[in-house]
Structure formats: structure tokens, C-alpha cells
Design a protein around this ligand. Structure first.
Ligand SMILES: Cc1cc2nc3c(=O)[nH]c(=O)nc-3n(C[C@H](O)[C@H](O)[C@H](O)COP(=O)(O)O)c2cc1C
Length: 476
């Protein structure tokens, strides 16, 4: 038996209303779960939101599973309130230890409790959400797609968005740089159909595993086992030659004819802006299997939850790269204010001149989406944006400490990215290094810090009555 979405929901329910809430009334799949999530965020609340009644579907819906950095720790089995550094360390430890798959008979796989094939296939049974006003339609967002590399036979997993185009047709928008696209293009060259499996709803650590950035020959199902902390249990699919996670809530099996094209978008992107219409692959759905009381997992793609679901993956890649260049790196953080992707804050115990810029160069070349790397000394808490900006304000002189590298490959969804003419939108951005570290061989002003003795001995509660701060509180 694997830990699954239900075991996670039980854990967060037991942790209390700061971590889990249930909606009392029926919700429409048209925008409503997203509005609730956004309103809670305005109040600095980021609980998992369980919606038992969804109009037009028998399936309940769960969203905001990745609502806070603290929740990422709980997904990895850490107690509520764990430090962010500890959460990143736990992620890196698990990702370094992939576990082999465990195959189980289909009779014992809960995802086979309901099997719909051929005429019975109907995507309309699922409470698929229309997330933002100008979206082109309803999108499955947490659809983790498994496909086999036709050359090596190794399965690949990635989370891509899938617009519902008909009762048995889905789109698949795969970024051309992602492995999923590489595999689809190979099938196109070979003129062969590409079999796929999407699973929707599993333990959130499994879903995080589908975002791992490894090489193409990494078996990402094994990486998922590492993150889950136990081998992923799989069984055979009904209509395609691919493994299916046995403890998933819903599985959609299908085939992509790589010669066919379909459109995707407009769509509300993680940047907070709408993206335009683009080409996508078409999935012809052959079967849907699910649990008899399946739960549908959704995520608001234009909400910070989207960015947080990727943050540990990106931070770990950047941390490893910076560590190779500057072994005394202390912490790396992608703040929510930069879509948890475009700006990185790095702290160092600086040992030699120039190490601030060296660390920034390593970070910028490790993750193409990054635009700005801000490097600070180890007295600055990278998780506290106020402190980082104070260091920038007081330790940076722009002509010496800021460097701009124009025309570098960047995030294709960044609305300010440009092409080679500079006048059109494209794949390039200008990268910025901000070295906010102090010089080490020159005198520099002494930072004011409180008396350590009084700081330790004076307890606020002994002096003033204050309302408590909700757990999970994070500065937006
Ligand atoms: C909520 C969410 C939605 C995503 N949607 C897409 C998408 O529509 N297309 C895409 O190419 N990547 C998307 N991604 C990113 C990929 O899932 C991720 O980069 C993954 O590692 C790609 O896998 P691959 O390189 O094996 O194809 C999304 C990530 C998240 C967290």
C-alpha cells in the first residue's frame, strides 16, 4: 500500500483549520474554487481546500495542496512550522535516493475500481475547472503524464496542462524544451503513435516527483519513489503499454497521433498574465479508470500555488550549481514575489574577492528561467525579503555591483522576454547580477544588532498582551 492523496488529506485535516478547510456548499467548476483560494490568500491563509460538492460531477475536488512553503514540508513528512532550509534539505535528500518501482496485480490496485472504456469514456464525469475569465476552456492541470522514450523504453513523467476538447479528446501543451516534447517529436519522426497515461490525484509528493528536472534517461517514476519515501506501486494500464500508479485517484489512458495538431490557450499563466494561443498535441482518450469514490485534484495555475509546487525543484538545482562554484553557500531562495522562479536570493560566507558575482553566474546558468540573482552575506536571511532589499539598499553601488547580460535564453512565458530583433516577444531576457555582499578586504560600516543577552531574556508576553499570529503566516 502506498501513501496517497487520502492519507495526506487525513494528516492535514488532523493538523487543524490552518492547514485544511472544507467548503460547506456546492461549487461551480466555473472559476469558483479559484476565487475561494485567492480570497483566503488575501487573508494570509493557505489551507488545503476540500470541496465535497461540485456541480455536474459526483467527484469531490481538492485544491491549494501546495499553498505554502510550510505545506511543502508537511508533504515531505516534516512537522508543521519546519524551517524553510530544513524543507529544502529534506527534498534534496529524498531526490538523491530514487527507489525502484513495485508492480502490483491490477486486482489490488484501487485505481481499477471503476473501468470505463470505448463508448463509456466521458471526461465530463470529472469536475474539470475553468480557472480564469479569458481561458479558452476547462483544463486538467494536475495531470501527470507518463510516456515512454521510444529509443530507450524509459518512462518519462511531466505535468502538463490538458484542455478538455470533447468527451474523449484532450489537448497537451508541452513546452518545446521539456522532455515530453522531445519524446513526442521522436514519435513524430518515427511516424508512430505515442501512448500516454495521465494520473490525476495521488500523494502530493508523487506529484512533486513529476516535476523533477533530471536527464532524459532518469526514470522519473523511480525519482517519485524517492520523494514519496517508498517504492511507487504501479500496475498495468488497460489499453496502453505503460505503468499506472496503483494508488492514484483517476487515470486517463490515451494515444497521441504526433502528426495531428490542436490549439491551446489563451490561458492564465503562472506569471499572472494571460498567454496566447499556441500549438498543442491531441490525446485521443481510450480509457478512464478511477476509484469508486475518486477525488479530483486541481490547482489554480495563475495562483502562487503553481509556483510553489515547483520551488523546491528549482531551488535544489540552483543550490547544487552554486555549491560547486562557491562551497560556502549558505542558503538559496526563490521568493514568491518573483513567481518563485525569476529572482533568486543567495547567501554566502564570502571568503575571497569576487565570490558574490561567481555565485550569481553559477545560479543564472543553472536555471534558464532565472532573470535576477541577488547575492548577500550570511548575516542576511534570504527568506526575509525585507532584509534582502535592505542589503541591496545599503551594500550595492550599481556601477560596481550590478551587471547586466543581455540576450540570454530565458523563460518563454515571461511577458517581457524578447526575440533577436528586440521588438517582438521571444525566448531571450537580460540577466541581472546584483552583488550585495560587503567587500572583504576593505573596511565596511558595522551593522547594528541587539544585545544578545537581553534578546534571549526578555519575553514579549511578559511585557505586552498581543493577539497570536496564525501558524503558516507568510509575508506575501
Ligand atoms: C502546476 C504546473 C503546471 C505545469 N504545466 C505545464 C504545461 O502545461 N506544460 C509544460 O510543458 N510544463 C508544465 N509544467 C512544468 C513541467 O511539469 C515540469 O517542468 C516537468 O519537469 C517537465 O517534465 P519533462 O521535462 O519530463 O517533460 C507545469 C508545472 C506545474 C507545477
Amino acid at each position: 500500500m502506498n501513501r496517497d492523496l487520502r492519507s495526506f488529506l487525513k494528516d492535514v485535516r488532523e493538523a487543524g483549520p490552518d492547514y485544511y478547510v472544507e467548503v460547506q456548499i456546492e461549487l461551480s467548476t466555473n472559476l469558483e474554487p479559484c476565487i475561494l483560494q485567492q480570497k483566503l490568500a488575501r487573508q494570509n491563509r493557505f489551507p488545503v481546500i476540500y470541496c465535497p460538492q461540485m456541480k455536474g460531477s459526483k467527484l469531490p475536488l481538492v485544491t491549494n495542496v501546495y499553498g505554502s512553503y510550510e505545506m511543502l514540508g508537511m508533504i515531505l513528512g516534516l512537522p508543521p512550522g519546519s524551517a524553510k532550509e530544513q524543507i529544502l534539505k529534506e527534498y534534496m535528500k529524498r531526490i538523491a535516493n530514487p527507489l525502484p518501482l513495485k508492480t502490483v496485480p491490477r486486482e489490488t490496485a484501487p485505481v481499477k475500481e471503476v473501468v470505463l472504456r470505448d463508448e463509456a469514456v466521458d471526461l465530463g464525469l470529472l469536475p474539470v475547472v475553468h480557472h480564469a475569465l479569458q481561458d479558452s476552456g476547462k483544463y486538467i492541470v494536475v495531470g501527470c503524464m507518463i510516456a515512454r522514450d521510444p529509443d530507450t523504453g524509459i518512462p518519462n513523467v511531466g505535468m502538463y496542462r490538458h484542455e478538455v476538447k470533447g468527451h474523449n479528446v484532450l489537448g497537451a501543451m508541452i513546452n518545446p524544451a521539456h522532455h515530453g516534447s522531445y519524446i513526442a517529436r521522436r514519435y513524430k519522426e518515427l511516424n508512430k503513435p505515442m501512448e500516454v497515461v495521465l494520473f490525476v490525484g495521488h500523494h502530493p509528493a508523487v506529484v512533486l516527483g513529476s516535476l523533477v528536472r533530471g536527464s532524459l534517461d532518469l526514470d522519473e517514476l523511480e525519482a517519485i519513489g524517492g520523494l514519496l519515501g517508498e517504492p511507487l506501486e504501479v500496475t498495468d494500464a488497460e489499453t496502453v503499454d505503460l505503468p499506472v500508479p496503483a494508488w492514484a485517484e483517476v487515470v486517463i489512458e490515451g494515444v497521441i497521433d504526433p502528426q495531428k495538431e490542436i490549439t491551446d490557450g489563451p490561458f492564465a499563466e503562472y506569471t499572472g498574465y494571460y498567454g496566447g494561443v499556441a500549438k498543442a498535441w491531441q490525446i485521443d482518450v481510450k480509457a478512464i479508470t478511477m476509484r469508486k469514490d475518486a477525488i479530483y485534484h486541481d490547482l489554480d495555475p495563475a495562483h502562487r500555488e503553481h509556483n510553489l509546487s515547483c520551488v523546491l525543484c528549482f531551488e535544489s538545482v540552483i543550490y547544487e550549481a552554486v555549491k560547486k562554484a562557491v562551497p560556502t553557500v549558505q542558503a538559496v531562495h526563490l521568493p514568491a514575489s518573483s513567481c518563485s522562479l525569476y529572482t533568486v536570493y543567495i547567501s554566502l560566507k564570502k571568503r575571497i574577492q569576487g565570490e558574490g558575482k561567481l555565485a550569481a553566474l553559477a545560479a543564472l546558468s543553472a536555471e534558464i528561467n532565472l532573470k535576477t540573482a541577488v547575492v548577500v552575506d550570511d548575516d542576511i536571511d534570504v527568506y526575509n525579503e525585507h532584509e534582502v532589499l535592505w542589503a541591496v539598499a545599503t551594500r550595492v553601488e550599481a556601477d560596481l555591483d550590478v551587471s547586466i547580460i543581455p540576450r540570454v535564453t530565458g523563460a518563454h512565458l515571461d511577458p517581457s522576454a524578447y526575440d533577436e530583433t528586440r521588438y517582438k516577444r521571444g525566448h531571450m531576457t537580460s540577466k541581472v547580477i546584483v552583488d550585495a555582499t560587503k567587500p572583504i578586504d576593505l573596511p565596511f560600516a558595522t551593522r547594528i544588532t541587539p544585545s544578545l543577552e537581553l534578546w534571549a531574556s526578555m519575553k514579549l508576553d511578559d511585557y505586552i498582551n498581543l493577539p497570536s499570529v496564525p501558524p503558516g503566516y507568510e509575508e506575501l
